[in-house]
Design a protein around this ligand. Sequence first.
Ligand SMILES: *Cc1c(COP(=O)(O)O)cnc(C)c1O
Length: 484
Amino acid sequence: MFVYNAEVTQPYTVLTDSWPIQMTGDKSLRKLPSVDRIVGLASCKSLIDRYGRSRVVGATRKLLDHIRNEILSAGNGEDYALKSDEDLMSALSSQLKESSRPLLKKVVNCSGVIIHTNLGRAMLAETAGKAAMDTAVSCVNLEYSLKEGERGERDDILEGLITGLTGAEAATVVNNNAAAVLLVLNTLSDRKETIVSRGELIEIGGSFRLPEIMAKSGSVLKEVGTTNRTHLSDYQTAINQNTALILSVHTSNYRIIGFTSKPELTQLKTLAKSKSLPLMVDLGAGAVIDLERLGLKGEPTVAQTLDNGADVVTISGDKLLGGPQAGIIAGDSGIIARIRKNPLKRALRLDKMTISALEATLRIYQNPDEAVEAVPTLRHLGKPVEKIRAVAGKAVEILKDEFGGDAEVFAVDDICRAGSGSLPEVDIPSVSVVVRHKNMNPDEVKKWFRSLDPPIIGRVESGMFRLDMRCVDDAGQIRPRHES
Ligand SMILES: *Cc1c(COP(=O)(O)O)cnc(C)c1O
């Protein structure tokens, strides 16, 4: 609430009466300065130089509206005083400063979710970030063959790298995996039927619902089986002359346990082949190297999925791959050629910065030993607990210093998740720093950390505010800093 300075200087008066809403014509409202008068003040000149006249006028109008509303809604008996010129000027200045701050800003991910969609998923490897930056501020040979001196294909930049890593015959890329799924379905099954198991009709956080994407693609969803069990024969009996595609979806963000069954991909392949139907796998999280080397089991790679019979596979660029937001489509060259001819492909194409970041990311994977260190997602997933504990220890010291006697700060063993629909069955061991504050409850502590610059995003679990340290490479990142 806007409370006016009680030490009022002329020409404004202290308002001590009550202010019924209908008294809009009252003296004190009339004594509010005009926009012109404020903007004309000598002290306003520096703001105009800095932010431009129209923004200053807009902010002044907003500020005066705010004051007017406060006066009108003031209850009986409340004392108000109109501000001095200096106060108005300083309120105006902080409002302009506040509105100049970027809305998208760095945060520190201590959420306990490694690939967090709301926090922008993967952090790029340094070389990938730098490549995107260089590309962003330059002209590049995006669709220009330097050899021939004529038009080239933007797909050529990434195709060889993707096929090299996955063993696919051909590959193309679009804006995200949802776009990849939409495009493949539209290309292969528009106005035709696509068979999917009921156990795989997924919704991924952030509004990806397979049945809705399918409807928009023009393909007709033919659900088979039940939530927990789908048999090969269910697929078999669903096939008719209108069937164009069999789709298998990697149910990456949940698991069905207990009395379950579904056919192996190789069995689906045999069936699809006998009916001359293509088999698509939406793999989602999309590991391109075996994550068992990081101690993480159960996430099939693109290469394994193609080996097991998928004709076309779709994955996200910014989940387990650890690259920029993108959708990668890899598989049969005939299918990829049809996809390239689909006008939707043009609408979903990647921009040069993303292509550049993806190229650099994929190049790192050419040496998997390098990838597990240089790609932050893999580094964070594979970090040994002792290393996390060491960083947590330093973080405890830093926060103890910050809070003095006002808070208990200590490290606890914790569990975190990969997030974004990857490795759903894996509990990943981690270490969290707990902050128990004398004067703030856990939710208030959470809010306090969020108000820092950069904001530090933690979570409250079992009544404790926790900062999960798996994604923090350097304890200095959690030193609280406030906005200047
Ligand atoms: C994440 C995911 C998607 C959506 O991918 P985006 O890159 O977020 O568009 C689709 N399918 C599966 C199986 C997924 O895991």
